[in-house]
Design a protein around this ligand. Structure first.
Ligand SMILES: NC(=O)c1ccc[n+]([C@@H]2O[C@H](COP(=O)([O-])OP(=O)(O)OC[C@H]3O[C@@H](n4cnc5c(N)ncnc54)[C@H](OP(=O)(O)O)[C@@H]3O)[C@@H](O)[C@H]2O)c1
Length: 339
């Protein structure tokens, strides 16, 4: 049985529950690829799963049953990565050994391991030629989710778009994709992220700790909010006629109110769970290769520094994406021969 290194957590808790451990190296089935992970994003969702502290509290029980009642069922986190195909099962036609790819492991997680096995039907495609593995790993979460929501908003050139929670993984792509659609973009986040957000194209900025964007007397065609507990009624009031309110983190009451709003008014409130589709990843790759979008990288950590990477994601200091790289790991063949 071959072994590999992985960042593992055996119990829910603070970042120090994470440790690097030797685990069984996965073996691809006939329809799967074995991918050597070169870099993976550490996301807010990874931190929420590790600590079992989710922003949306109504989801506690179903999530706990899914993730593990007493301890985590899947011990290796990470869902967004870039890497190289090491081998493929006999039924795989889309990829071959040596291909450089990026994508999402969906609910399988496991991208914070040295290797991951994924069916070739998963959301995977060739890594953009003009990006490092670290940059490419920082694309799928934010890019796929932002694109999914913004495609629902039918943005026209000149539309005024406000992104609430603009400085995070999804928000930074929301800003860039809305800009590339020709929108005038207002970002809401903390001022520590203002420079980074201006660099990726933001036209106007509000610090949510100092100002309430819904009280500035301005109206928007689209409000895209990543923030749980955003006031539904204030956002609807801050929309122009025919405006669209996109919610990435809705409460149950927001979901119910969104149906009434869409039926009874000329505004639309939209909630969705992004499917992270293959065609959306291909669209992102094209946008990246055309130079239209790029992930702002806050910091790249080594595999062994995974706990620090989680800590960084949980602080309010990061300005862009946090990535862990597997480059520091000794090649597997070497460590096994020595063992
Ligand atoms: N519906 C879906 O399909 C879907 C898919 C993926 C994720 N999500 C959800 O979407 C949310 C965002 O994901 P993400 O990965 O982009 O998270 P993230 O990287 O943590 O980004 C959230 C951003 O919002 C900022 N923020 C916090 N409170 C705020 C407030 N009151 N007003 C304005 N900005 C505020 C955060 O700043 P600080 O860093 O200072 O806190 C951070 O920059 C997550 O909660 C996740 O669960 C939904």
């Amino acid at each position: 049985m071959l072994r590999m290194k992985a960042v593992v957590y055996d119990k829910y808790g603070p970042p120090h529950v994470l440790h690097v451990k030797d685990v069984e190296k996965p073996v691809p089935l006939d329809n799967e690829l074995l991918i050597k992970v070169r870099a993976a994003e550490v996301t807010k969702a990874d931190c929420e799963m590790r600590s079992f502290n989710f922003q949306v509290k109504w989801f506690w029980l179903p999530l706990r049953l899914t993730l593990g009642l007493l301890k985590p069922k899947k011990k290796i986190l990470g869902a967004y990565f870039a890497g190289e195909v090491e081998s493929v099962g006999k039924d795989v036609t889309r990829f071959k050994a040596g291909d450089q790819v990026f994508g999402a492991t969906k609910l399988r997680m496991g991208a914070h391991g040295e290797y991951v096995c994924l069916p070739d039907s998963y959301t995977l495609c060739a890594k953009p030629y003009n990006m490092s593995f670290e940059e490419a790993a920082a694309v799928p979460l934010g890019g796929l989710n932002a694109l999914h929501f913004l495609n629902k908003a039918n943005i026209q050139a000149g539309d005024k778009v406000l992104v609430n929670g603009a400085g995070g993984s999804i928000g930074t792509f929301g800003v860039q994709i809305a800009k590339s659609m020709g929108a005038e973009v207002t970002a809401v986040d903390t001022s520590i992220k203002e420079d980074m957000l201006r660099q990726i194209g933001v036209d106007h900025f509000y610090d949510y700790r100092k100002e309430d964007f819904t009280k500035k007397g301005k109206a928007y065609d689209v409000i895209f909010s990543m923030v749980a507990h955003t006031s539904f009624s204030k956002c609807i009031r801050a929309l122009n006629p025919n405006g669209r309110y996109l919610m990435a983190n809705p409460r149950i009451s927001d979901m119910l109110r969104s149906l009434l709003t869409s039926i009874l008014t000329d505004k639309k409130a939209i909630f969705a769970f992004a499917g992270e589709k293959q065609e959306e990843l291909l669209a992102l790759k094209e946008m990246i290769e055309a130079g239209r979008i790029k992930p702002p990288i806050d910091k790249i950590y080594s595999f062994e520094q995974a706990a620090e990477a989680h800590q960084r994601v949980e602080t309010e200091q990061r300005r862009g994406m946090v990535v862990i790289s597997t480059d520091s790991i000794e090649p597997i063949g070497q460590s096994q021969r020595q063992a």
